[in-house]
Design a protein. Structure first.
Length: 100
């Protein structure tokens, strides 16, 4: 039984990830994506949607991307904290700016 436990511990240790510092290399770190702050894009609410307005709102919110949502549009439900959503009404007026 002790030999089995020792063998399992040895196998588990062999599968453990290494930090990358043994070879003098630092582990690769990915830049963190920009997080969206919809409060900074509220100026768009009430304005007529345009690509230029969307880009200004995206930049102000610090978002990585922006999408326009129109009434009845089918959208994915995954949350993306780096995306700004601009909801518009049938006339093309922005009704809300939110992240996700």
């Amino acid at each position: 039984m002790k030999m089995l436990a020792a063998a399992l511990l040895t196998a588990a240790a062999a599968c453990a990830p290494t930090s990358g510092t043994d070879s003098g290399q630092q582990p690769a770190s990915e830049p963190s994506p920009a997080m969206c702050d919809a409060a900074q894009a509220q100026f768009a609410v009430g304005a007529r949607y345009s690509d230029a307005l969307a880009e200004r709102a995206r930049t102000a919110a610090g978002a990585a991307s922006v999408r326009r949502l129109v009434p009845g549009q089918v959208v994915t439900m995954e949350f993306n904290g780096t995306r700004l959503n601009l909801d518009t009404d049938a006339a093309g007026t922005v009704t809300s700016a939110r992240c996700g």
